[in-house]
Design a protein around this ligand. Sequence first.
Ligand SMILES: [Zn+2]
Ligand SMILES: [Zn+2]
Length: 820
Amino acid sequence: MQDRYDPKSIEPRWQEHWTKKDLFRAGNRPGAPKKYVLAMLPYPSGEMHMGHARVYSITDVLARYARKRGFDVLHPFGWDSFGLPAENAAIKEGVHPAERTPRNIASFKEDVISLGISVDWSTEIATSDPEYYRWNQWFFLRMLERGLAYRRRAKVNFCPSCNTVLANEQVEEGRCWRCGSVVVEREIPEWAFRITAYADKLLEGLNRIDWPERVVAMQRNWIGRSDGLEIDFAVKGARGKKAFRVFTTRADTIFGATYLAAAPDHPLVQELAPQAKKAELQAFAEKVRRAVKEVGEGAQAAEKEGMETGIRVRNPFTGKEIPVWVANFVLAGYGTGAVMAVPAHDQRDYEFAQKYGLPIVPVVRPADASEPPKEKAYTEYGELFDSGEFSGMPSEQARLAIAAEAQRRGIGKPAVNYHLRDWGISRQRYWGTPIPIVYCPKDDPEGKGIPVPDSQLPVKLPDIDVKEVLTGEGEAPLAKVSSWVNTKCPICGGPARREVDTMDTFVDSAWYWARYLDPSNDREPFSRAQADRWLPIDVYVGGPEHAVLHLLYFRFWTMVMRELGLCAMDEPAQKLVTQGIVKGRDGEKMSKSKGNVVSPREIIAEYGADTARLFILFAAPAEKDMDWSDEQVQGQNRFLGRVWRLVHGSLPKIEGVKAGGAPDELRRKTHKTILKVTQQLERLQFNTAISSLMELSNAAMDWTGDPGSLREALEVLVQLLSPFAPHIGEELWRELGRTEELTLLHWPDADPALVVDEAYQIAVQVNGKLRGEVQVAASADDAEIRDMAARDPKVAGWLHGKTVKKVVVVPKRLVNFVVA
Ligand SMILES: [Zn+2]
Ligand SMILES: [Zn+2]
């Protein structure tokens, strides 16, 4: 028996025990309902950061709690091991990424283990492993067959002095990261995925998943669906019948359109502008292109700028001639590349008109006939005036009537526009998945690309001499490896060249979570049986910075996987938790440059993993930012020390005593704590759950009554503490004379007789048949009762893979799930 709490002598021993007994293996309980708990795939930098430690502490509590609730739990791990950091380091230091990456993985993995994370390491994958990326290539070929992968031209950043394409991360304030030259824009061919074909599905699916409001809103905006009208404005005096097609969501304001705004590189502008203006227009277009690159596409340039083109068009409803301007806020890639400008009813058009002295003609006024403001645009719906036969109509009705009239006259049609763009995946990098395409001059004279047959996958990355190939100069690195580039054409067997670009690493992270189910399958990405057993992900935890790109791509990929018959669902993750950031000692976000980084290694070395975990989970609710506090770390360490002394100090009193006995104050406290912590865990309120455990430990500390009550309190305390602080939990459990595996031991139930007034039992039915019973707090509302019932392991088994059509809650009696 030790008097002093010494985590260093405890933690490695239990980590070894868990591994030896293989306690975290998914599939250990084939008959039990499943729970898939997942942390976002980490890039294997050499050391785990605090942000990582936070994510894994959260998923680990959930995984450990689910095991104790009787679930068969999948809590996997892997590495996002392709990518630019390893390649940039290779350019700078000459170390091959294939050499550095395994070292980084090994070191990071040690950190994960030393934090006591309950991972099933048999799932481990690394995306730079050919056995993983061959399936990226396989998916690419399936998408190519379905028209979902295609070749297009794209603009890229180019360094003229290094003569190389740069990734966005390699452009620093418009200059090359390596040599400092000004970066220019170039157009090159690239491969893209047609994610836009799924725009509506991606929108619609957001209604069916339990994700943070903020992420859902960001995805909606990113997809950016707008319904409107496409209508032609005929060009005056042009040979043939030329017209600018515009897209508008406010057809009701068309009588107020006093000019047209087109993208600077709109093809008709270049074609129809008077000769004298062409050079000036071209210079303007070039200037805008450069500015767009600096602020990023889609971002709003601060100052609206434009130029008159000399082209004139006819407003199809007023019949009046209006000028065409080019403007820096109209993007060629969005909609039709031109908009009708209605300065009286659009604030951006208003500011532009003010700046350049263009006419402002109001045609909509408030429905209550009040005077609209003069100093800004009136952008609300209202009632039309000065709008011909449509005058007097409300905007909603006029939008449709004007669209119908345009359609009748053959100059317009209803149209839907999206902000979402297709996903360009070509990267001029070495450390990524080779795109499985070859070019044969004989069979493919236009260079469209010939797919590599499945039987030749994986197309492996060639081994390279780093100093020769990863120089940061010249064409794509793979183009320099002639023994690899020159290959045989799969059609004619003659000489052909391989595609030298590699895939965006967002491809790797789009479906890794499904590969975890079946990581060594060499016939298919993963088996359907495993998919049906484990998918979808029940809880997905990661940083909010992935709200649009990763989280959108991974939803898109799932929809494609379903169409390929690989899985049954369209949405990969039922619940998403985005954890807040960990701030440094100075209250700023941790970053190397600020020198305020606290490393989990330091904390584990000084206080142990259990203290680190408890601090992380206690400092703030999972979704909120948290401040680093040395005092709080010490406070959690003292709490664990008190629990340690409490248990050891009590042993003489409780030896040979049975837990339980007559209901007394401590027993009631113990059972109320079970109830509370259970509900707090269900709601991911880890910080308040830890507070409840502190209260129970205080109550036990002062106890002078029945030793049976004390034993029960201590056993429960250790059990409830163990998902948060698993090592000390295991140690004290054995000290209490218990021999069961704590990892698999059932979560304690509150005795209803000891929590009267606070909770009651409720029957749970699925389609009218009794499938379980759950304990709910007396204070729970219908939604909470429904959630508790759905998360009960027995009930969850009956609901898995089904669509819940209706839930009936009869307070204090029953919940009935009606499923299809
Ligand atoms: Zn350069
Ligand atoms: Zn050929």
